[in-house]
Design a binder for this molecule. Structure first.
Ligand SMILES: O=C(O)CC[C@@H](O)C(=O)O
Ligand SMILES: [Zn+2]
Length: 478
């Protein structure tokens, strides 16, 4: 645990000057600034458990112009800003650990104009993912980026991390759905990027730079989001297998013939913890080593016939030991809980998290090597595997033994990181597939990005944020 650092007086003074300028000169009302201990703790951190929050203040702008005012003052007084959305991130991208002013988008949560012919809706950055999903539904449309934290994550944060989730295999990451952005750069300029257009061949697309930049270039205040037609007649299957190779065989078999909307996997440790938690039902009478959850649209009889034929083929081959299929949407939702509840269920074990990806073609050998590293280095730790295997994205969670201190546990896990990330590097993979870099993966960025490439990233940051006031210390150090 990083200790809370006391603020040097000059920094404290600078923060105080900014706060009083916001109220005295720029009409920020009392609800727009918080400095009480409880708020500093609440808005100063995300779901990451490694760092202690130490924010200096929280501000809640209501407009893009107010965000601009905050950024200009932060530049003038050399105070660092930490952008804050729903704070559901797992890489400490939204943790204010060094006396930063947190800029929360909680008061910019309105859904704006809807353009039916374009299937685009304008939203403020603080709109919650589920709020957007429900809006889309009210227009008989669909916002397909989905994950367990959709009830609290905000669109601005999703954009900052290019969030993925459980439907990427079919619909891609957040990037695919962002048609335009309004941003305030670290310099304090307001930019309207792409403005919703499908076709716009006018040079560099700066919108793409802001997506996934974790608030290090500026703050996103508005976004134009594309919506999709609603999926029809979704069916969910949960299948049990005894080996990882069988998981892959089943993926190839289904993908060859059916457009899957999800292909997720988890292991027996995950099932064990889920059952102990008691919120979901055991899918089969006997446990298997691995489970996959796959989902597909079947609006026509022949698709369902095809799915059943593939399932039977997988059983005949001995790849699948047991299986269950939803008969209606309620059952489908119940089956989804088996996958969606894992992260929260295991959070009580203070897991050490990895979120890695490689090409799907490399997954079988990659996982074999990682499994070897993990079982030889962590003989006494419980290891839980799950993830978006259809995207080549694996979540590897090492669970802390109850008797061990958090510091000792994380220190021990960090020793093994080297071997895990060397393997990721060997396969040309990513040390952070969908959770971002933040502070937790910053020391390991060079396993996925060359030093030359990181220097280009630094140069880009200098253009947008010359004084390094935007989310300083996240992704890389300057
Ligand atoms: O907790 C994790 O490691 C992953 C969280 C999330 O990305 C998921 O896929 O459930
Ligand atoms: Zn995930």
């Amino acid at each position: 645990m990083t200790p809370t650092t006391a603020q040097p007086t000059s920094e404290t003074n600078a923060v105080q000057t900014i706060l009083s300028t916001l109220t005295d000169t720029h009409n920020f009302d009392p609800t727009q600034i918080k400095t009480d201990a409880e708020s500093l703790e609440h808005w100063g951190k995300d779901w990451t458990k490694h760092f202690a929050p130490a924010a200096a203040a929280i501000v809640f702008p209501k407009t893009t112009e107010q965000v601009q005012t905050i950024v200009l003052l932060a530049n003038e007084h050399n105070v660092v800003l930490t952008p804050s959305g729903g704070r559901t991130g797992l890489s400490a991208g939204a943790v204010a650990a060094n006396g930063e002013i947190v800029v929360s988008m909680d008061k910019m949560n309105q859904i704006g104009q809807f353009y039916p012919a374009d299937r685009i809706v304008e939203v403020e950055a603080g709109v919650v993912t589920q709020q957007l999903q429900e809006f889309a539904e009210s227009k008989d449309l669909y916002y397909p980026v989905d994950f367990a934290s959709a009830g609290s994550s905000q669109i601005g944060g999703n954009i900052g991390t290019n969030a993925g989730g459980i439907k990427v295999i079919r619909y891609g990451m957040t990037r695919q759905w962002i048609m335009g952005l309004t941003v305030v750069t670290g310099k304090g300029d307001i930019l309207h990027l792409n403005r919703g257009m499908v076709k716009n061949a006018t040079g560099y697309d700066l919108r793409q730079l802001f997506i996934g930049s974790e608030g290090t270039l500026g703050l996103v205040t508005h976004a134009q989001i594309k919506l999709e037609r609603q999926p029809q007649d979704l069916n969910v299957m949960v299948l049990g297998m005894d080996s990882f190779n069988d998981v892959m065989n089943v993926l190839y078999a289904f993908q060859a013939q059916i457009d899957l909307t999800a292909f997720e996997f988890f292991d027996d440790v995950a099932i064990d913890k889920l059952m102990a938690h008691g919120q979901v039902q055991e899918p089969f009478e006997s446990r298997t080593k691995f489970y996959t959850l796959l989902e597909f649209e079947a609006p026509y009889e022949p698709i369902m016939d095809k799915a059943m034929a593939i399932f039977e083929h997988c059983m005949e081959q001995g790849w699948v030991v047991d299986g269950v299929m939803s008969q209606n949407l309620t059952q489908a939702a119940e089956l989804w809980k088996l996958r969606e509840y894992i992260s929260e269920t295991i959070s009580v074990f203070t897991p050490y998290k990895n979120d890695v990806s490689v090409l799907i073609s490399h997954v079988p050998t990659f996982i074999e090597e990682i499994d070897h590293i993990v079982s030889s280095n962590y003989p006494d730790f419980e290891v839980c595997w799950f993830g978006h295997i259809g995207d080549g994205n694996l979540h590897l969670n090492i669970l802390k033994p109850e008797s061990m201190s958090k510091d000792d546990f994380f220190a021990e896990c960090q020793v093994v990181n080297k071997y895990v990330f060397e393997t990721v590097q060997k396969y040309g993979g990513s040390v952070s597939a969908e959770h971002g870099v933040g502070m937790t993966k910053k020391p390991y960025l060079h396993y996925s990005r060359s030093e030359t490439e990181i220097n280009y990233l630094r140069d880009i940051k200098k253009v947008f944020d010359p004084n390094n006031i935007m989310n300083r210390g996240k992704i890389f150090d300057m």
